[in-house]
Design a protein around this ligand. Structure first.
Ligand SMILES: [Zn+2]
Length: 510
């Protein structure tokens, strides 16, 4: 808190801009950065390393940050996070310090981050929850383009569009930017309660404001590595973009014009380290390393405070999610653009619970394969982590046919997501290369184009009606059933063996 107050006083003291010195700098700065931690507070498998060892976690991260701060000098270091702190493990399904995700914020504070940018997954538990999440924490939330509706005021408490840090006499402007494609990524009701500016427009405005007052401009971005490069070419005056959202492991920095772009993968497994020298408002030396947080390479002892927090949170998760509910007799795999065993299982569970004619589940919602062996609530959570409300609605047979055709196209071209189904079956074939429908059945009876059918799907599917279901028409009589997809999975696993149902829903025939 005092550090930020100090920086604030400095800004006030520095305006208007002092006359340029004959020689400004050189200044040395180290930027340490993470992104898309997604609630992973313990070590996680690193799929790019031989044998997929578990690496990282907050205990290991803090050790590395502490070591680097000691080596470079704490007052020469800026520690930043690129957002999507929430959603990915059950710890953000448990209320800690007044919000879902509060455990994560406590861990970030303990490591001692200077700032972070608000990511799209921060809204997964609603706008009210993220407002509570950011309150009363010393780690500063940034975003220049997330505003209160119809105003220029930052959306969340304590949020700033940008902030000037005093790094040993060097004035570093850090600007936050959140993906401007939030509409498809968050709850529609909450989306109506905010104003979202285009990325480049918001960043350019802040650059223009900060440039005269600063030696270096850093954009802390949650827009993905592709759009970071677009931003670098569209906005003038950015020295460094610290990125996120695309979970990209950049092992060397990209350079677009005079702008460097870095990103540190995901899930708290690697730390990005930028060492730079600035002189006369320009970067004159630049080094970048993406350092994997291997367990056996720490040079200092673990911090007991962080160890204590991690142990407490792990115990909470075990208490709530450790219960064994069933046994899987084999692997239930998943697929994004084809039918899968896990897709068949969860849609059967949804139809069993709701009694609907047809159940749907999107390929992107299946987040892990279900392995053979004991099935705990945690195992089911890893497969279905979003805890979306289950919605019931009605469609005409014609609209159901549209779903079938979309699925056949997904199966055939592998370019789009597949909606797993229960209650709805079809066959298709290739006719001179082009996919064509052969039969379509609901509950074993031919699909009637004029009949109304009852369906269930998660709110994620129904909110993105056009993307997932196709067509202009809205689903009729849309209503929440009062439980989530995860609830359904737990209850179904308790009552039935967890096994691939095996009956193919959409079969290709000769
Ligand atoms: Zn994201």
């Amino acid at each position: 808190m005092t550090a930020r107050l100090g920086a604030l006083l400095l800004v006030v003291a520095c305006a208007p801009k002092p006359p340029p010195a004959v020689q400004d700098g050189p200044h040395a700065l180290t930027v340490l950065h993470t992104n898309d931690i997604h609630a992973h507070f313990e070590p996680e498998p690193a799929e790019w390393l031989d044998g997929r060892p578990a690496i990282g976690g907050f205990v290991r991260l803090e050790q590395e940050v502490r070591t680097l701060r000691a080596a470079r000098g704490k007052d020469h270091t800026l520690t930043l996070d690129g957002g999507d702190q929430l959603t990915g493990t059950p710890i953000t399904e448990i209320e800690v310090e007044g919000s879902f995700g509060g455990a994560m914020h406590a861990l970030f504070d303990e490591v001692g981050y200077d700032a972070w940018v608000i990511g799209n997954h921060e809204f997964d538990k609603g706008l009210e929850n993220i407002s509570r999440y950011v309150q009363n924490h010393p780690t500063l939330p940034l975003s220049s383009n997330l505003l209160k509706p119809g105003s220029a005021t930052p959306l969340l408490p304590q949020q700033e569009k940008s902030h000037i840090f005093d790094i040993a006499g060097m004035r570093v402007g850090v600007i936050g930017v959140t993906t401007d494609r939030l509409a498809g990524l968050m709850n529609k009701g909450d989306f109506a309660l905010l104003t979202l500016l285009p990325e480049a427009q918001a960043v350019q405005a802040e650059v223009d404001l900060l440039d005269p007052q600063t030696d270096l401009i850093v954009v802390l971005s949650h827009i993905g590595v592709e759009r970071d490069q677009t931003l670098a070419s569209e906005v003038s005056g950015i020295d460094l973009i610290v990125g996120a959202h695309s979970h990209t492991r950049l092992t060397s920095a990209l350079r677009i014009g005079d702008t460097y772009v870095v990103q540190a993968g995901s899930h708290n497994r690697s730390l990005g380290i930028v060492d730079l020298v600035e002189q006369d408002d320009r970067i004159t030396e630049f080094r970048y390393e993406l350092r994997d947080l291997l367990p056996n390479t720490a040079t200092v002892a673990p911090d007991p405070e962080i160890q204590g927090l991690v142990a407490t949170y792990k115990a909470s998760v075990d208490r709530v999610y450790g219960e064994r509910v069933s046994e899987a007799t084999g692997l239930l795999g998943r697929s994004y653009n084809h039918e899968s065993a896990l897709g068949r299982w969860i849609t059967d569970a949804l139809r069993d619970r709701s009694g609907a004619d047809i159940a749907l589940y999107n390929g992107g919602g299946l987040r892990a394969d279900l392995a053979e062996g004991p099935v705990t609530r945690l195992v089911l959570f890893q497969c279905f982590p979003f805890q979306n409300p289950v919605m019931q609605f009605r469609l005409t047979g014609q609209q159901v046919l549209g779903l079938v055709l979309q699925n056949i196209a997904a199966d055939a071209d592998e370019k789009r997501g597949f909606l797993s189904t229960s209650g709805l079956t079809w066959t298709w074939r290739r006719n001179v290369g082009a996919p064509e429908l052969v039969t379509a059945l609901v509950g074993g009876q031919p699909l009637h184009l004029t009949r109304m059918y009852t369906l269930v799907a998660s709110s994620y599917v129904t909110e993105q009606w056009q993307k997932h279901l196709g067509g202009e028409a809205q689903p009729q009589d849309l209503e929440p059933l009062g439980y989530t997809d995860f609830d359904v999975a737990v209850e179904y696993a308790r009552k039935h063996p967890v096994v691939d149902p095996g009956d193919i829903r959409g079969a290709q025939v000769e």
